[in-house]
Design a protein around this ligand. Structure first.
Ligand code: ATP
Length: 355
């Protein structure tokens, strides 16, 4: 069984039903026309109400960009961002601003201290999204107190403090309170625990786990740390250089990774106990391989020991080798919460090459 070494909340059964968030073919580039760099390449992703989806990937893999595109802070180059049946990627101008003001999709930034205005009190910080959403002033105080209480902070004791007068764990909770005060349906939280010590890390993870149950929230937790996701996520999506290489129920993905990059990640994470017992050295390509243009073939192939010519010629799609595995060429990639997808030409064969 795969577990984190830290004590962690129990994982709720994955929810069923149509995804609240249904992203298809999302591509994002930065830079001017002609000199732009593609940082997300045809990403498919789904999240359901009451579910925690972890997104894992090394630095620069595009995790934050994925979140920023989903909340409308970055305009996609291509693709659909379905939210409750509406395509957020198609919203422009006033329609996009109006949707954002509703606060149905909220985002907590990576650096909680820097994302909080040091001059404002906790009450003002948490109340800001309500002001933006047009909630009358006389109704805001009660909503702010409710949100602070929900994240385990005492409004009477902390409401008049500024961020500099809070601990790191309290600041992170204030960020979560600010995000849930609008009663969102989807919360995306970027590295919520990376700056925290072990005990605060567990408190915040437990908090997220509780909120998804109490509020039926879909929560996307972005992390570069597998062990913090292992305790709370129902499913995990693995990003590598802008490509989604694998996704599925987290316990299955950690115990039986089908993409060599996921296998390398799990083999390199000492805090995640695993049964497959692969070693990083077994999975790395020997020597340097020739790099090839971004967006062509599998992004991991230059580092992959098992890559063949087909890996550089065309993007890999899913290998179907078990119940619940679906083909990413087919519509409905993530129709079921138990579905797995693996974008690797060698998903079912690479283990045979291990020595
Ligand atoms: N505004 C921007 N303009 C140009 N390039 C950007 C911009 N924001 C991010 N990038 C680049 O896009 C790529 C993906 O960045 P992103 O922040 O999405 O990755 P990440 O996986 O969240 O990384 P980290 O774990 O370090 O936060 C990186 O190469 C980054 O340098």
């Amino acid at each position: 069984m795969t577990t984190a070494t830290d004590s962690a909340p129990a994982v709720a059964p994955a929810t069923t039903g149509a995804p609240l968030l249904d992203i298809r073919g999302l591509s994002v580039s930065y830079g001017r026309r002609g000199a732009n760099t593609r940082v997300l390449n045809g990403v498919d992703l789904a999240a359901r109400s009451g579910e925690i989806l972890g997104i894992i990937g090394e630095t620069g893999s595009g995790k934050t960009t994925l979140a920023r595109a989903t909340v409308g802070l970055v305009r996609p180059e291509a693709g659909r961002i379905g939210f409750d049946g509406q395509d957020l990627a198609a919203l422009r101008g006033g329609a996009l601003r109006a949707f954002r003001r509703t606060g149905q999709v909220q985002f907590t930034f990576q650096d909680s201290l820097r994302s909080l205005d040091p001059e404002l009190t906790v009450d003002r910080i948490v109340g800001e999204p309500l002001a933006v959403a047009g909630v009358p002033r006389d109704r805001r105080a009660a909503r702010v107190a409710e949100a602070l209480t929900r994240v385990g902070l005492d409004p009477a004791a902390l409401g008049t403090r500024t961020p500099g007068q809070l601990s790191g764990g309290q600041r992170q909770r204030v960020c979560v309170a600010r995000a849930i005060v609008t009663r969102p349906r989807l919360l995306i939280t970027d590295e919520p625990v990376s700056a925290l010590d072990a005990s605060n890390r567990n408190l915040v993870l437990h908090l997220l786990d509780r909120l998804r149950r109490e509020l039926d929230l879909a929560i996307i937790v972005i992390s570069h740390d597998l062990s913090s996701l292992a305790g709370i996520a129902d499913r995990v999506a693995v990003l590598y250089r802008g490509q989604l290489v694998e996704q599925g129920p987290i316990s299955e993905v950690l115990e039986d990774p089908r993409h060599p990059y996921t296998a390398l990640l799990t083999a390199s994470a000492p805090s995640v106990r695993r049964e497959h017992r692969l070693l990083p050295a077994q999975l790395r390509a020997s020597g340097d391989r020739e790099a090839w243009p971004d967006g062509v073939g599998c992004a991991f192939a230059p580092r992959c020991r098992f890559a063949g010519p087909e890996c550089r010629e065309r993007p890999a799609t899913v290998r179907s080798d078990g119940p619940g595995t679906v083909n990413s060429d087919e519509p409905g990639l993530t129709e079921g919460p138990g579905a797995r997808s693996v974008a690797c030409h060698h998903a079912t064969t690479w283990r045979r090459e291990l020595v």
